[in-house]
Design a binder for this molecule. Sequence first.
Ligand code: APR
Length: 274
Amino acid sequence: MQDTAHTEFVLDAALDAEIARATDALRESRHVVALTGAGLSVESGIPPFRGPGGLWTQYGEPPMDGYQRFLADPAAAWREQLNPTAPWAVGLAETLAAAKPNAGHAALAELERRGACAAVITQNIDDLQRQAGSQVLLEIHGNAHWLRCSGCNQRFDRDELEVDPERLPPHCPSCEGIVKGDTVQFGEPIPPDVLDGCFAQVALADCMLVVGTSTTVYPAAGFPLEVLHRGGCAIEINPEETEFSRLATHSLRGPAGAVLTRILDHVAGAEATR
Ligand code: APR
């Protein structure tokens, strides 16, 4: 049994056996890609969007035209971003700033180091998978720590581009385009460089870890379906049942931190006995 001091979640024998089977499938695969969602960062103190404790569950889904409203009045959008008034956004910047990678983020980075996971596609904007050390990382919905030029797609760390509240919106030093947060807003096209990277990884994948996501937002939600359609396997890690659970090759009903750590144990154990 797993050391409960490590986490309050105790893996029962049935789940542990399913994790072992899922890990065998992962180790037999040629190119494993992880798709992660907000559930992976719940154990870092960041609320999810849907399901228990979700922001949308609590406050309702936000308008789906955030990007169109940004384009219509970038200065107003920036003022809202700098001093949020939307209930779900108040305090979120502080929560993100305080969050640290958890055991799930660390396990994914270690699986990459051991050659057991080729890439992570994350829907999360919290920077935690990058902080955990993942090298091949595609942040399909952007990164809240960065800014991006809506004209030339150049990205800037928030510390490297001054945002003057008296002169909004900021403009790109390279092309004079309007600079926005790197986070992909509802209604905004996903930056082509990131989307192409995701499609390339999905095309190579014969196994996908589907971690902490309700698989409700496309195109990310389509990635595991594409892998299954091509005869690959999908390993879901989620304490709740989702629409995807019945399609998954393995559906591991537990929290990402404990389950990913157990998968890593099995991978490391198998390597040790080689
Ligand atoms: N470990 C693993 N999964 C968890 C955990 C946990 N500890 N806690 C919750 N979950 C699961 C929930 O059961 C849920 O299925 O994580 C999932 C989170 O789903 P969402 O909140 O819908 O998050 P996500 O799938 O990432 O949303 C996709 O929707 O609003 C947009 O842009 C936003 O990127 C986001 C996208």
